[in-house]
Design a protein around this ligand. Structure first.
Ligand SMILES: Cc1cc2nc3c(=O)[nH]c(=O)nc-3n(C[C@H](O)[C@H](O)[C@H](O)COP(=O)(O)OP(=O)(O)OC[C@H]3O[C@@H](n4cnc5c(N)ncnc54)[C@H](O)[C@@H]3O)c2cc1C
Length: 499
């Protein structure tokens, strides 16, 4: 019997995970990527001896990546060398205080003593609560690939998730247990991993600290892009047919099924490719809109899957080292609640954002020339469809405010010491990856909009169309999109491998 053909649109981590799992299950897999390299937002820029990871820099939950690399006697460690990062985060506050976040609970005892005598006990209680949120979520939402509210009710029943904090907000779950404002700000900012607001997302999102504290925060030696290269190698080994510089322009459909793709190669020639199954790593909303041309009524139903935030991303090569930096650093807003409100409720560019800053040479000297620093700076900002439109020039003005803040908070003469600069705005992110409104993590987690559910992995309109990546359950971030790819492949194998 001839193999069934699965066509995958996009070589982000979600698309590549699905491609590998389907090829391993016996499908003939063709993957089409519009850019000239794999990885999607996991991307790299190399300039003047600096190697900048353009997208993700924090690797968590390595166990979620394992199934892609396992089989034929192989394992993840045959493709990438992982290095534990500890302290995990260094946190800088406007009053000059600095608090490190360590993986180990006992290391935190000494660190939190800086903030007051009862803070460690509160932190420990919070960690127990975070673990409960993770364990419940892992058992069903992650492990079974649950895809929406009713799946959830069916799996957990009425009492199976009674300890899940679904009625409050993430910030509420923190403030109930932690009285110190600095520790609250640190725990709230774990919502960074899904580009949402701690004040709008449900309490169970407090599962995120447990992910990092229990399973570690990791670095991929040689830079995170080595992971994308590992996926590319893995695809070649299992026989995925990869077509780079090939954009999917249209999906042909007929009577509740998708039939074929129209692709354009970079030389300009077009071709129609037949498919038994299509997997889109292009996000759900742009794919239905641009590739399938769905009518407005249908698109309206998808509005609750609003994009997560976007960001400006500044990569700097400096001719000096800033020794106070750890690998991962956060410079907090003076009023983080106001910052979240401004970005996620008012839809305005932030005036005083919490800033994430990465200095990877703390774990890997190869990322910058000797005596230099490689610095990535990422404040979160509204997506392009937010209430108050902004321009490229507004992003540049924000960049200047961010650099002012960093110079004020100890990165003296950062501008003067910059020898390489690369700057991304949401306009660039949208253009490069076709993400919905320049979102960097897929769909927002917001109780009122979607209760933190993303779109389902299987189309409810076309019986052989599936989605993977940050816009579907379980959402954005590298481990989650890989999980979406693996879970989608399982469903496809179950529904389409035969017949
Ligand atoms: C600046 C930044 C920092 C981040 N930091 C972290 C972090 O520290 N840790 C973490 O875990 N995550 C982080 N993330 C999020 C993480 O990068 C994403 O959640 C994840 O990589 C997205 O994977 P994906 O599978 O959804 O696809 P994407 O990476 O979005 O890839 C989709 C691919 O599909 C292609 N495509 C789209 N439409 C078409 C079409 N019509 N035809 C052909 N190809 C198409 C695109 O070109 C792209 O290559 C960060 C993201 C950014 C941008």
């Amino acid at each position: 019997m001839s193999k069934k053909t699965a066509c995958v649109i996009g070589a982000g981590l979600g698309g590549m995970s699905a491609a590998v799992m389907l090829a391993k299950a016996g499908f003939s897999v063709k993957l089409f990527e519009k850019n000239g390299n794999v990885g999607g937002k996991l991307n790299r820029l190399q300039e003047k001896g600096f190697s900048f990871d353009l997208g993700p820099s924090i690797f968590t939950l390595p166990q979620f990546f394992r199934p892609v690399f396992e089989g034929d006697g192989k394992r993840l460690e045959d493709y990438v060398r992982l290095k534990r990062v500890d302290p995990q985060w260094r946190n800088f506050f406007e009053d000059g205080s600095v608090v490190d976040l360590y993986e180990n609970l006992e290391d935190m005892r000494g660190e939190l003593a800086k903030l007051g005598p009862q803070v460690f006990d509160e932190y420990r209680a919070f960690c127990e609560y975070s673990k409960i949120q993770y364990d419940i979520t892992e058992r069903g939402y992650f492990a079974k690939g649950l895809d929406g509210f009713w799946d959830f009710v069916k799996f957990y029943g009425f009492f199976g998730a009674s300890k899940l904090d679904w009625s409050g907000t993430m910030a509420g779950g923190i403030s109930k247990r932690v009285s110190d404002p600095k520790l609250r700000a640190i725990l709230e900012y774990f919502i960074k991993y899904v580009g949402s607001s701690a004040y709008d997302s449900p309490g169970f999102m407090n599962l995120m600290p447990h992910i990092q504290l229990e399973f570690g925060l990791w670095y991929v030696e040689g830079g995170l892009y080595v992971l994308a290269e590992a996926f590319e190698r893995r695809m070649a080994e299992v026989g995925v047919e990869l077509h780079l510089n090939t954009e999917v322009l249209r999906i042909h459909k007929d009577e509740g099924r998708v039939k074929s793709l129209v692709v354009r190669h970079d030389q300009g020639s077009s071709q129609t490719v037949e498919a038994d199954v299509i997997v889109s790593n292009m996000e759900v909303i742009p794919a239905y809109d641009k590739l399938l041309g769905e009518e407005q009524g249908f698109m309206k139903k998808l509005e609750r899957f609003e994009p997560a935030c976007s960001g400006i991303v500044l990569h700097l090569g400096t001719d000096r080292i800033y020794p106070q930096l750890a690998h991962h650093n956060f410079f907090y807003s003076e009023n983080q609640k106001k910052h979240f409100h401004r970005v996620f409720q008012e839809g305005k560019l932030p005036d005083d954002p919490t800033i994430y800053l990465v200095a990877p040479t703390r774990s890997d000297a190869s990322q910058a020339p000797a005596g230099c620093d490689n610095i990535k700076i990422l404040p979160h900002i509204p997506h392009l469809g937010s209430k108050v439109p902004y321009t490229y020039e507004d992003c540049v003005a924000l960049k200047e405010r961010v650099v002012d803040k960093l110079e004020r908070m100890g990165l003296t003469d950062l501008r003067k010491h910059t020898v390489v600069e690369d700057f991304w705005t949401p306009f660039d992110i949208q253009k490069k990856y076709y993400s919905n409104q320049g979102s960097i993590y897929g769909v927002v987690s917001d109780t009122r909009k979607n209760f933190a559910f993303k779109a389902p992995k299987k189309s409810d309109k076309y019986s052989n169309l599936y989605f993977v990546g940050g816009s579907v359950n379980p959402g954005g971030g590298m481990p989650m999109v890989v999980l979406s790819g693996c879970r989608a492949a399982e469903v496809i194998v179950r529904e389409h491998a035969r017949g």
